[in-house]
Design a protein around this ligand. Structure first.
Ligand SMILES: *Cc1c(COP(=O)(O)O)cnc(C)c1O
Length: 355
């Protein structure tokens, strides 16, 4: 096995995405997808562009989407980068700003793609243990590294790091790039975006996958100083000129322009999240304070894997991480109110029967 693989690729352990079931209907609360449909204007834009023009390559600069984003967020187009999902944007950022052999820092409990990219690009990682309450020990991020990566709100905890702390980290790392991955920021967090003009070392990364219900379209963004954006374009244009296809550009641009729909859907998710957190607490769960579209919870009496299996048997999928420190927690995506009622009913049953 691996007979023809390069030595570098042989040594990798790839990222494991959450299960996408094919043969059975589950209530799917395991990959932080949005339970509501994308903006109707996005769907309309995609169908309108599914025509003869697909013969032609897309705009390599994705100008239509860059314009929609820069208008919506009050930025110069030179401060905006787009990619095929924020995972790709992050991969480009690691390559653009972190050198092979250098050492970057990120928390021990965070998005598990960061160590995968670090390995792929031969970057060393120093993992800073989160505090016992899963908050970020800011002191440990104040210099002595070649780059910083923070998911804010963090995944899979859902906890937000306050903006004063982000600012302290930026101040203390002026010579290296600080990536703030805001995949969940639209669910009640405060974005670091206003800081990009003050800190040319700040790259803010966002995605349409969660808050805009477009995980299937694969569109992510980065915002930062034009020099950082030029660095990302340098990597992109050394890899694939057309990362954004015609339908993705049109659909994402229409979604970004439909602010009213966006606000309505995310308000609904946040309200359901807060109600579900109360319900789970009532059932005895410890629920971390979440500013995301998921809850991270553990039960003092029942093993997390047992609950995970019990839910699965009852047709409900959540995410279980068999990892140190978090192996007694479940990450539960916020679905519709109906989904969450089914979840709490199943939890109630599992807690009473023990499986
Ligand atoms: C979901 C997620 C991403 C990836 O999002 P895509 O845009 O779908 O690639 C990036 N970072 C974090 C923390 C996420 O949870």
């Amino acid at each position: 096995m691996k007979r023809y693989w390069s030595s570098r690729i042989r040594a990798l352990t790839p990222y494991t995405p959450g299960e996408q079931p094919k043969n059975r209907q589950f209530i799917k609360l395991n990959t932080n997808e949005n339970p509501y449909p994308p903006s109707p204007l996005a769907l309309q834009a995609i169908s309108q562009r599914a025509d003869d023009s697909l013969r032609l390559y897309p705009d390599p600069e994705a100008g239509e989407l860059i314009s929609a984003l820069s208008e919506n967020y009050g930025l110069d187009p030179k401060e905006v980068f787009v990619g095929n999902g924020s995972d790709e944007v992050l991969a480009f950022a690691f390559q653009a700003f972190f050198s092979p052999g250098s050492t970057i820092v990120y928390p021990d409990v965070t998005y598990s793609f960061y160590p995968v990219y670090a390995d792929l690009f031969a970057i060393n990682s120093r993992r800073i243990p989160l505090q016992p309450d899963f908050t970020v020990p800011v002191q440990a991020f104040l210099g002595g590294n070649d780059g910083v990566v923070l998911a804010n709100p963090n995944a899979p905890t859902g906890i937000e790091l306050p903006q004063e702390s982000i600012r302290r980290i930026l101040e203390a790392n002026r010579d290296v790039v600080v990536i703030v991955d805001e995949a969940y920021v639209d669910f009640g967090g405060q974005s670091a975006l206003p800081l990009i003009r003050e800190y040319p070392n700040l790259l803010v990364v966002q995605t349409t996958s969660k808050s805009r219900a477009l995980a299937g379209l694969r569109v992510g963004f980065a915002f930062g100083h034009p020099d950082l954006i030029a660095g990302l374009n340098c990597v992109k244009n050394s890899f694939n000129s057309y990362t954004m296809d015609r339908l993705a550009i049109a659909g994402a641009a229409a979604s970004v322009r439909d602010q009213a729909y966006f606000d309505r859907q995310r308000e609904k998710v946040m309200a359901t999240r807060d109600r579900t957190a109360e319900e789970l607490s009532r059932l005895g769960f410890q629920v971390l304070p979440s500013k995301s579209n998921f809850l991270f919870a553990c039960h003092p009496r029942l093993d997390a894997r047992t609950i995970f299996q019990g839910l699965r048997t009852r047709g409900i999928l959540v995410r279980y991480f068999d990892q140190p420190r978090i192996d007694q927690y479940l990450r539960i995506t916020i679905g519709t109110d109906q989904d969450m009622q089914a979840l709490t009913a199943a939890m109630d049953e599992i807690l009473h029967t023990g499986a």
